[in-house]
Design a protein. Sequence first.
Length: 260
Amino acid sequence: MNKNEQSFENNSFIGVSMFPIERYDLIINLLEEKSSITVKELSLATNATPATIRRDLEKLDREGALKRTHGGAVRLNNAIDPPFSLRDSEKETEKIKMAKIAVKFINDGDTLFFDSSTTIMRLIPFLNSKSGLTVITNGIKTAFELGKIGVNTICTGGELVNLNTLVGLEAIHAIEKYHVDKFFFSCRAVNELGAYESSTQSVEVKQAMNKNAQESYLLADRGKLNKTAFVRLNLNKIDTLITDSHVDYDWGLNVIWDEK
């Protein structure tokens, strides 16, 4: 037995049955710590059979959370999100449905955090009816569009990735200066354990915003629900999930959907 297998054999989950969603989360976390992992190591870590682990890996591969390999899995190189132009054109109808719901929670004079997602950008045209707003964002295009309609806008600064998103310590330090009324954001996936992003950098920025907001609103279309991605953001301080159609999940959140 090699050192890695010994460390997994000593894992605190040994002898404890895990729900599938717990296994998925542990697999993602273990892959965040190391670039590759074997079925045998995961079987030891989760107290699941190799056959179960193979099915888990196949599911996570289909969802884009990892890359299935012969005998195990490898971490995807997800430091940079898919191109902004590609994400911007996806699921336009669903994004607008969620934006129309979300804007109802924004009041005149609110201070807000907006993440850099294309989903949150769909709120901007609906802000024309609001006055006295201040928005802090780590999105270059988000800041530009807000400025075009006259919203008082603060851009965080930081390291530019994907030609749009600002991340890193400078972005986080800028965010920590502000305490706002509400935080609006989206994600790559969400399940009962949390919201997921494709990079640690994205999660760090969203965690900082979430921490410094009185209320947090997560916008995620139905296709992202009960899925996983690479890095998890806990749901313990997210107040409301806004989605595009009826859902039955009970995750301890206020869930609102488009009823039309």
